[in-house]
Design a protein around this ligand. Structure first.
Ligand code: GDD
Ligand code: MG
Length: 324
């Protein structure tokens, strides 16, 4: 099987960081969001096609410098085509069936098992589903016998949501769904196409462990905690010469001598946490600096962002080179 990964979109909910970096390259528990998604693919996947748009060259460059275990190809859109348009544009060589993955979700799931369940179902697609309290930001499924999806509404008002089971953004489809997407214009797969596929048998696969969409600052940090707790952030031990508690993922050239940590932190490449500073529940991207005696809690610091000595910042997002 092959896999199609959707990586367009502007990441507006993670601005200002996403003005200069695509959200998929933001590191969570020491690894870009995109690579946590790729990690879910079975080893025997033949090829991964990345449907990119916004900041495609950065994704390309990163993937070339850090080759995943599967052959990877990028197909970029000149203008954003939406999820369906991106599938149509990049899906020409997909296998039958194929995996379709959003690039901003984290989960514990055996996608090989999802593919086997799909094959047994005889349906057009199998969509993994996560149970959430607030369904408003998601696509929501109505479930019938045998977890057949009998209704699907993208981002409904709460009173219109048919259940609490939402599209987790990790699915398997027969190739023919690509023929159902009109070419040459933006198309939302979830809004425009999925509801029309239900009569051909779309099945739900309920996730039982954890799932999140890392597309907002709050959910991004929650996702990082889930990944660390699942052991997907390395051992998460404290950096040499620092104290407090882990997990902390330290990337190449990062320094934190004399700093203290409160757990669930990624310190990006060449980033520095100075002596006497304290950081917890945060992501510090490459070259970010937390000066001495500063405190950072619940923050996303963009590349080379700087928190000045003695300052306390909590629940803030600083863009590239930003200061607080
Ligand atoms: N190629 C391409 N082109 N990809 C796109 C485009 C585009 O124009 N727009 C968005 N994407 C990618 C995003 O990068 C992301 O990986 C995925 O498609 C979904 O887009 P989001 O913008 O993150 O959508 P969402 O989070 O509001 O909703 C989607 O994900 C939810 C689960 O997190 C939908 O699939 C919902 O049904 C689902 O519940
Ligand atoms: Mg999303």
């Amino acid at each position: 099987m092959k896999a199609l990964v959707l990586i367009g979109g502007f990441g507006t909910r993670l601005r200002p960081v996403t003005y200069t970096v695509p959200k998929q390259l933001i590191p969570l528990a020491g690894k870009p969001m995109l690579y946590h998604v790729l990690d879910l693919l079975p080893a025997e996947v033949e090829e991964v096609v990345l449907a990119t748009g916004y900041k495609s060259e950065q994704i390309d460059a990163y993937v070339r410098a850090h080759p995943p275990r599967w052959p990877v190809r990028t197909v970029s859109e000149a203008e954003p085509l939406g999820t369906g348009g991106g599938m149509k544009n990049a899906g020409g060589t997909m296998s039958d069936p194929f995996f379709l993955l959003n690039s901003d979700v984290i989960a514990a799931v055996d996608l090989g098992e999802v593919a086997r369940r799909h094959a047994r179902s005889g349906g057009i697609g199998t969509m993994t589903l996560a149970e959430v309290e607030d369904t408003r930001p998601y696509g929501v499924a109505a479930l019938g016998e045998g977890d057949r999806i009998t209704g699907f509404v993208e981002k409904p008002e709460p009173e219109a949501a048919p259940s609490h089971w939402i599209n987790a953004g990790l699915s398997v489809w027969r190739r023919e769904v690509l023929d159902r997407i009109p070419p040459g214009r933006p198309v939302s797969f979830e809004q425009e196409i999925v509801p029309k596929l239900l009569d051909q048998g779309l099945f739900g696969y309920r996730l039982s462990r954890y799932w999140d969409d890392a597309g907002t600052p709050e959910r991004l940090l929650r996702s990082q905690r889930l990944l660390f707790d699942d052991g997907r952030g390395g051992r998460g031990t404290l950096p040499a010469g620092s104290f407090g508690k882990g997990p902390v993922a330290l990337l190449k050239g990062a320094q934190a001598r004399g700093a203290s940590f409160g757990g669930y932190v990624t310190v990006g490449a060449e980033a520095v946490v100075e002596a006497g500073a304290h950081v917890e529940n945060s992501v510090l991207m490459d070259g970010a600096v937390v000066e001495r005696e500063a405190t950072v809690d619940g923050c996303l610091l963009g590349p080379r962002a700087r928190v000045r000595a003695g300052h306390r910042v909590s629940h803030q997002v600083l863009g590239e080179g930003g200061e607080a």
